[in-house]
Write a protein that binds this ligand. Sequence first.
Ligand code: AMP
Length: 188
Amino acid sequence: MQRPSTVRKERDVNSNLRHANHTVYVGAGSNMANRLDNLRKAVELLNRLPRTSVKKTSAVYLSEPLGFSSQGWFYNAVFELRSALKPETFLVHCKRIECLMGRPADHMKWGPRIIDLDILLYDDSTCSQEHLTIPHPELSNRKFVLLPLLDLANPTHPLLGKTMRELLETCPDTSSIERTGHTLLTIS
Ligand code: AMP
C-alpha cells in the first residue's frame, strides 16, 4: 500500500504517530453524487487528521437503503485506523469531515447522504454519552457494517462478548447487500 504523495499531514510539534495506538473502526456510507469518490475522499480526509492514519479499507458494498426506501442504494465500507485522538475528539472530526464534504448539519434521519461516518469500535472501549455511543449501537443489526468489517478483522464486541462473525450469524438485517469489485484508495 502507498501513501499518495499529495497527502500531507499537518502535525504540531507535540503530535507524534508513535502514540497513535488506538485501533478505530469507522463505518462509511454514501448514496448521493459519486458514491465511490465520496468514500475515497473520506479516507483521504480521515488520513489527514492529526496523529491518525488509515491502515486498511474494506471492499466496497452496494446496499439497499433502510428506512426511507425511495432513495438511491448505498456504497458502504469500513476503514481501520490508528489514532491517538480521544473518541470525543475523533467524533468531532468525523462530523467536520461530513460537513466539509457537503452534508447539511440538519440532515434527515434515514435520508440520503453524501457521506455518513460512524465510529464502530474504539479498541475495546465502551462509551455511553448523549452524543457518542461506542460500540456503535446499530453495529450488530447491520449487515452493511458487519460484512465490510469482517474484511478487515474479527474483533469481539466488548459489550456483547461475541465476535463480528458470530454477530453476523444472528444479524436480523434481511436487506440486500452485495460486494462490488471497487476498491478504495489504500494508504499505509
Ligand atoms: P448520523 O445520523 O449517523 O450522522 O448520527 C447522528 C448522531 O449520532 C451524531 O451527531 C452523533 O452525535 C451520534 N452518535 C452517537 N454515537 C455515535 C458513533 N459511535 N459514531 C458516530 N455518531 C454517533
